[in-house]
Design a protein around this ligand. Structure first.
Ligand code: SF4
Length: 475
């Protein structure tokens, strides 16, 4: 759930038909694949690995699913709604398959891992079901499926990191990119399917990570996001040098690649984020001052039922530590409303914790029981849906207040912003983000700035989600 921060609000609704026609469409005779990704940033990053595996197997990408020989959906299983979205999308692909019977349809990602071969029984038009650790076997399974034998590979691995595969940047703006550093998760939060769909945690070797970052800098990228379900527990022992690489050290090595490269990361876990990491963030201007620190609930008894392994007090102490060591840091979070047996008072604890933490933005959901999780096995999903929705609305309203106040506090200040794109609303405006990950919109000036440039923006107004400013000379 936590990686949602990097995409957008309704993350399980988000889909992107990936296409990067320009790059490698030389061979028009080769087979075509179409890939659509749902869910968290890890899935979008995995789709870039899948694209590389397929490209080296002679496939080329298409943005038009009707013309694809291979149609892939990289799925999310975090809530029931996410899976229903996929099933609905499959009905839309039925027509395309009917007009192109040779087309193969494959389900990738967490839903594939959760349901396994059951998906082939339930969805007859599906030919391939492949879990997050089995993408290297795609070419072989495609060959067998082309011969009529449907394929399933949902083996989870304790080693697989795809570290040797150079991802193909899909739907990229050429400025920002994800770099995955860990896979899987060892935390067993009772509401979460990720440990079952993505397996045990493993850290990718820092040598291949830094090689990828250097390549991105050479290709003109200006911002990377280090990705993992719990980046703070990153640990890799370089057996050649015998030097252990912790997350703080990896973060420093990434920042030292180029001072013009911004470094972001997600997601942190309150029990694992260390002072070392905070001091490293404070030490380097190009490490962004933004920490996504999911709390899920403000009440210790509920946190224990969630198996989050920290208390309300522990979390608030982390907030204090961040505010003390990096005063300008923005903090974002995740909240779940209406977890099993949550009382009204315990719900109010979540609202008061939000007040104290002053979150700049958060992702907020009501509890959705997931089959196979600890919570589903141990607890009754006893909070009525109406109560869940009302409590969620109160959390959303509270966050609205905090986000607006946080943005209003920025009026009159000057921030360094990385230009990413034209504003969707007005082509005469640029959009970009501050180091605090705040979306900023400002008019284009006549100094020919372009995406990938850093500019100084003076904020003169805001909405709940956006800062409005104009380009000024350096602060
Ligand atoms: S088990 Fe917990 S820490 Fe791991 S991905 Fe799920 S919510 Fe995040």
């Amino acid at each position: 759930m936590e990686l949602a921060a990097l995409l957008n609000k309704e993350h399980d609704e988000k889909r992107q038909g990936e296409a990067f026609l320009t790059a490698n469409n030389a061979n028009h005779n080769s087979k075509k694949f179409y890939i659509e990704s749902y869910g968290c940033a890890m899935n979008f990053s995995d789709s870039e690995v899948v694209a590389a595996i397929l490209q080296s197997d002679g496939f080329q990408a298409t943005a038009v699913f009707e013309e694809a020989d291979l149609l892939l959906i990289n799925t999310c299983s975090i809530r029931e709604k996410a899976e229903m979205t996929i099933r609905k999308r499959l009905t839309e692909f039925r027509k395309a398959k009917r007009s192109n019977p040779g087309m193969l349809i494959g389900i990738l990602g967490c839903m594939a891992e959760r349901l396994k071969s059951q998906l082939l029984e339930e969805e007859k038009l599906v030919d391939l079901v492949i879990g997050p650790d089995a993408y290297r076997t795609l070419p072989l399974l495609i060959k067998e499926a082309t011969g009529g034998q449907k394929g399933v590979n949902v083996l989870l691995s304790r080693e697989e990191t795809y570290g040797d595969i150079s991802p193909i940047r899909l739907n990229s703006n050429g400025i920002t990119a994800f770099v995955s550093i860990t896979r899987g998760c060892n935390n067993m939060c009772s509401f979460c399917v990720v440990p079952f769909t993505r397996g045990r945690e493993r850290s990718r070797d820092s040598i291949s990570i830094l090689k990828e970052i250097n390549q991105l800098v050479d290709d003109g990228y200006k911002e990377i996001t280090l990705l993992g379900q719990n980046v703070d527990s990153y640990y890799w022992l370089n057996e050649t040098t015998g030097v252990p690489v912790t997350f703080a050290l990896l973060l420093e090595q990434a920042a030292l690649v180029s001072p013009l490269l911004r470094v972001r990361f997600s997601t942190s876990h309150p029990k694992d984020i260390t002072d070392d990491v905070l001091h490293t963030i404070a030490k380097y201007e190009n490490i962004c001052k933004c920490i996504h620190l999911p709390v899920q609930s403000g009440n210790t008894r509920v946190l224990q039922l969630m198996n989050r392994t920290y208390t309300r007090e522990w979390y608030l102490a982390k907030i204090d530590r961040i505010r003390m060591l990096i005063p300008e840091c923005s903090i974002t979070s995740d909240m779940i409303a209406g977890f099993c047996t949550e009382t009204e008072e315990e719900h109010l604890d979540t609202l008061s914790l939000m007040n104290y933490s002053n979150f700049d933005m958060s992702y907020m959901y009501y509890y959705s029981e997931r089959p196979g999780t600890l919570a589903a096995r141990r607890f009754t999903d006893d909070i009525p849906l109406e109560t869940k929705k009302r409590r969620l609305q109160e959390i959303v309203d509270k966050q609205g207040e905090l986000s607006t106040k946080s943005n209003q506090n920025d009026i009159g200040k000057i921030f360094k912003v990385l230009i990413e794109n034209n504003s969707k609303r007005d082509q005469h405006d640029w959009t970009g983000r501050t180091s605090q990950n705040k979306i900023t919109v400002f008019p284009k000036s006549n100094t020919a700035e372009k995406p990938g440039d850093y500019v100084w923006i003076k904020i003169y107004d805001c909405t709940r989600a956006t800062l409005l400013g104009k380009i000024v000379d350096q602060a």
